[in-house]
Design a protein around this ligand. Structure first.
Ligand code: NAD
Length: 265
C-alpha cells in the first residue's frame, strides 16, 4: 500500500514518515510541505532522520493524492480543507489528524467523505479512543450532579485550545448524557463567572514545555470524585494509529470514519 504524508517536515509529519517506512506492506509515496517553505526540495528521508530516499519534498499535493492509496494529513485546518477535494477527486483514502477545524473546514471533510473514505480523529492513539468510550459510559451512569471538568496539558508550541482530544472527550461525555456539547460547554472561565451551572461541561487548558498530551476527565459530586487520565509520552502512538487507520480504510466504501470505527470500539 502506497502512503503519502502531507506536512512531512512537521513534528508529526516526520514521525509519520518513519512509521510508514517501518510498516510492513507499506511504501512511502512521497511527502509535501507548505509551498515556499524551507523543506520543499529537500529529501523526505533525510528530513525524518532516515537517510537519503531519493524522494524530494513536493509542494503540489495533487500529485501526491493522485499517486498514493492513502494520504495522512497532520497539517493545519486551512491546508486540510484544501486537501479534502483532492482526496475525493483521486478516490484516495484521507486520514486526518489535524485539530482546530472550523465549521467550513469540517464541511470540506464531510463533502470529500461522500466520494472517498476519510478517517478523521482528534487523537489517533488506542488508549485515548478507549478513554472516549469509557467517558461516554461513565457520563451515562453518573447523573448531572457529577460536574464534568476536562483538564488538558500540551507542549508550548500547540496553537489551538482546548485540544481536539479535550473537545472529543467533552463530546463523549455529552453523548453519554444525551445532550449536545455546544449547549453545555464552558471553554473558558475568567473574572466573575457566577456559580457553575448543573450539567455544564468545563474545560481547562495548560500549555508548557514538551508535554506530548495529558488529559484528565473529572466527575465531581458532593462527597466523591471520579477521575480518569491518559498521558501520551511519545508522538509515536499517534503515528501508529494513523497508519493503522490508513490500512483499515483502504478498500472501504466512501464515508466519514472515526478511530472508534478503525478500532472496532
Ligand atoms: P507542526 O506545526 O510541527 O506540523 C505541521 C506541518 O504542516 C508543518 O511542517 C507545516 O509546514 C505543514 N503545513 C502547513 N500547511 C501546509 C500545506 N498547505 N501543505 C503541506 N504542509 C503544510 O504541527 P504538529 O505538532 O505536527 O501538529 C500538526 C497537527 O496535528 C495539529 O493540528 C495538531 O493538533 C495535530 N495533532 C493531532 C494528533 C492526533 O492524534 N489526531 C496528534 C498530534 C498532533
Amino acid at each position: 500500500m502506497k502512503i503519502g504524508i502531507v506536512g512531512c517536515a512537521g513534528r508529526m509529519g516526520q514521525m509519520l514518515v518513519r512509521e510508514v517506512l517501518d510498516s510492513e506492506g507499506c511504501t512511502l509515496a512521497g511527502g509535501t510541505e507548505r509551498p515556499g517553505g524551507d523543506a520543499v526540495g529537500r529529501d523526505v528521508g533525510e528530513l525524518a532522520g532516515r537517510g537519503f530516499l531519493g524522494l524530494p519534498v513536493g509542494a503540489d499535493p495533487k500529485l501526491l493524492f493522485d499517486a498514493a492509496d492513502a494520504v495522512i494529513d497532520f497539517t493545519s485546518p486551512d491546508a486540510t480543507a484544501r486537501h479534502a477535494p483532492l482526496a475525493a477527486a483521486a478516490r484516495c483514502v484521507h486520514v486526518v489528524g489535524t485539530t482546530g477545524l472550523g465549521p467550513d473546514q469540517e464541511a470540506a471533510l464531510r463533502e470529500a467523505a461522500a466520494r472517498t473514505p476519510v478517517v478523521w480523529a482528534p487523537n489517533m492513539s488506542v488508549g485515548v479512543n478507549v478513554l472516549f468510550a469509557m467517558v461516554e459510559r461513565l457520563a451515562a451512569a453518573l447523573d448531572p450532579d457529577y460536574d464534568v471538568e476536562i483538564v488538558e496539558m500540551h507542549h508550548r508550541h500547540k496553537v489551538d485550545a482546548p485540544s481536539g482530544t479535550a473537545l472529543g472527550l467533552g463530546r463523549a461525555a455529552a453523548a453519554g448524557r444525551g445532550v449536545r456539547l455546544e449547549d453545555v460547554w464552558q471553554k473558558v472561565r475568567d473574572g466573575h463567572t457566577g456559580a457553575r451551572k448543573r450539567g455544564d461541561i468545563g474545560f481547562a487548558t495548560l500549555r508548557g514545555g514538551d508535554v506530548v498530551g495529558d488529559h484528565t476527565v473529572v466527575f465531581a459530586a458532593d462527597g466523591e470524585r471520579v477521575e480518569i487520565t491518559h498521558k501520551a509520552s511519545s508522538r509515536q502512538v499517534f503515528a501508529k494509529g494513523a497508519v493503522r487507520a490508513a490500512r483499515w480504510a483502504h478498500g472501504k466504501p466512501p464515508g466519514l470514519y472515526s478511530m472508534r470505527d478503525v478500532l472496532g470500539l
